[in-house]
Write a new protein. Structure first.
Length: 115
């Protein structure tokens, strides 16, 4: 007799799925990844691919979390600008006096590669 599938319940008729222990499943997957990565008979590209796929699950993912609101950031930026202006305004500036001298801007013949 062929198996029958109930479209309403999305399950096979007459068969109950056995319960899955997530911890055992996780251990099996990690064991499989570990054994596969250590298998010298597999090509290096395959082992690298498995390591790449396993990395997000095995390594901690660091993230930056900012607390506060937009006004806090705007206030901090404004205070930083004011502090920068205080430093810039407190520094003495030395002015160098110089008189511009006119130059002859006409082209000089006989110089360069185009002559």
């Amino acid at each position: 007799m062929a198996k029958q599938y109930d479209l309403e319940t999305q399950s096979w008729i007459g068969e109950d799925d056995p319960p899955v222990d997530v911890n055992v499943l996780r251990e099996d997957i990690l064991k499989f990844w570990s054994e596969t990565m250590k298998d010298d008979e597999l090509p290096l590209s395959t082992r690298r691919g498995i390591a790449k796929d396993a990395a997000p699950y095995l390594l901690a993912r660091l993230a930056v979390v900012a607390t506060g609101n937009a006004n806090d950031l705007a206030d901090r930026l404004m205070r930083a600008l004011q502090a920068s202006n205080k430093v810039m305004n407190s520094q003495s500036r030395q002015v160098i006096e110089h008189e511009a001298t006119p130059i002859d801007a006409s082209p000089v013949r006989g110089t360069g590669a185009m002559s």
